[in-house]
Design a protein around this ligand. Structure first.
Ligand code: PLP
Length: 429
């Protein structure tokens, strides 16, 4: 058995200060019937908790740590920058350098603005879409999560789904009437909503590869169909690439799908493990942001030099070969999990796109939120707890995704597959 005494004590103490003892709900491990290891430090593909346990980490701080933890060049860039000052509240060349790197890979972001979190990025993108179209409604997809700002807390994935908090108190009912929530991978549903509100929809926002209802990629025809519909109806198409940006592929999801959105949001990888996010897109829209235009958006710590330095060091190092390497590891991992599940006749659906991967305990394919919710979540929780004992650290909810980093090795993958095998064997006994 894993030692957990120190983490348990730390958790009890944290509960005195924080709701549920945590600063973001899923971290509490409630949906898997467990309690969280408290982390002492992390290096490469591994987390080390305060009881001295080591874990192979597939959460990677929920996505950002694509080069692994405490990567030498990222740490060097952050430390060198910190010596020169940790925040100026004034422009610095670091912001422009990061923007250059972003635009090279995501050319649709002709102009952009740095913010501090994915929530801010999506919230600002929707404000911009509403501002430029003069319309108030927008379409989101059931099971997609776009952060925790009011308008998005409708049929949302991630922690909202994990804790079944679909109608969060505190969100004005009149506001969320403007959020039209339709089924993922169902183009007819999007057509229907445009038919119902032909001149009222400002934007359609999507996770092009959904990672917050478990991992469910959009079908290419679905994304292409939305691009066409939004053009026909004068609505903006927003790719929320907070998770997929520089994560699913070198050129992000828009490169992978070959679809050009009007606006894009980025987060996670773009900040290299520090708080940074971005929204941007076509100049014709971005020029409406203050001070060039009248749509207001601002931030005390936006473009923070430490976050910019970490983002730059991360993007400068990542090569196409790195993505091939991570992709191959992710494919090998899900193939191994599939094989282990088959051996013990465990019904499973695995998914893998680039460096994102996931699984559902389900005998039917999963293409939308309803199908994801129909998976065996109790069995997921059992498997989760056993894997944690084996030193495998995964997101503690069915409604999340696994990630891969350049720091993971073939041996890590082998060890993880063997752990899955032992766990399935144990639970089959
Ligand atoms: N959009 C997507 C697709 C996300 O996955 C997330 C967070 O997981 C967000 C937005 C919100 O980002 P943040 O947690 O940085 O506010």
């Amino acid at each position: 058995m894993r030692q957990t005494e120190q983490s348990q004590k730390a958790f009890e103490k944290a509960k005195e200060y924080f709701p549920g003892g945590v600063n973001s709900p899923v971290r509490a491990f409630r949906s898997v019937g467990s309690t969280p290891p408290f982390i002492d430090h992390a290096k490469g593909a591994y987390l080390y908790d305060i009881d001295g346990n080591q874990y192979i980490d597939y959460v990677l701080s929920w996505g950002p740590m694509i080069l692994g933890h405490a990567q030498d060049k990222v740490i060097e860039a952050v430390t060198k920058t910190a010596v020169k000052g940790t925040s100026f509240g004034a422009p610095s060349p670091l912001e422009t350098r990061l923007a250059e790197l972003i635009q090279k890979r995501v050319p649709s972001m002709e102009e952009m603005r740095m913010v501090n979190s994915g929530t801010e990025a999506t919230m600002s993108a929707i404000r911009l879409a509403r501002g430029v179209t003069g319309r108030e409604k927008f379409v989101k997809f059931k099971g997609c999560y776009h952060g925790h700002s009011d308008s998005f807390l409708v049929n949302a994935g991630s922690g909202v789904a994990t804790f079944e908090l679909e109608d969060s108190p505190g969100v004005p009912k009149d506001l969320i009437k403007q959020t039209l929530s339709v089924e993922y991978n169902n183009l007819q549903a999007v057509q229907d909503v445009f038919k119902r509100y032909p001149d009222e929809i400002a934007a359609v926002i999507i996770e092009p590869i959904a990672g917050n209802m478990g991992m469910v990629p959009a079908q290419p025809e679905f994304i292409q169909g939305i691009r066409k519909l939004t053009e026909e109806h004068g609505a903006l198409f927003i790719f929320d690439e907070v998770m997929t940006g520089f994560r699913c592929d070198y050129d992000s999801a828009q490169g992978l799908y070959g679809v050009v959105p009007d606006l894009t949001t980025l987060g996670k990888v773009v900040g290299g493990g520090l708080p940074a996010a971005v929204f941007g897109g076509k100049r014709q829209y971005m020029k409406h942001i203050a001070p060039d235009g009248s749509i207001y958006q601002a931030g005390t710590l936006s473009g923070n030099p430490l976050a910019m330095a970490a983002g730059i060091a991360t993007l400068e190092q990542l090569t196409r070969e790195d993505y091939e390497y991570m992709n191959a590891l992710a494919k090998k991992l899900v193939a191994g999990i599939d094989q282990a599940a088959a051996k013990y006749q465990v019904p499973i659906q695995t998914t893998c796109r680039g460096t994102m991967w996931g699984y559902f305990f389900n005998d039917q394919p999963v293409n939308n939120f309803e199908q994801s919710k129909a998976s065996d979540q109790q069995y997921f929780a059992h498997v989760y707890r056993e894997l944690l004992e084996e030193g495998i650290y995964l997101a503690p909810s069915q409604f999340e995704t696994g990630f891969m980093s350049t720091a993971h090795t073939e041996q890590d993958i082998e060890a993880t597959i063997q752990a899955f095998d032992r766990v399935f064997a144990k639970l089959t006994e």
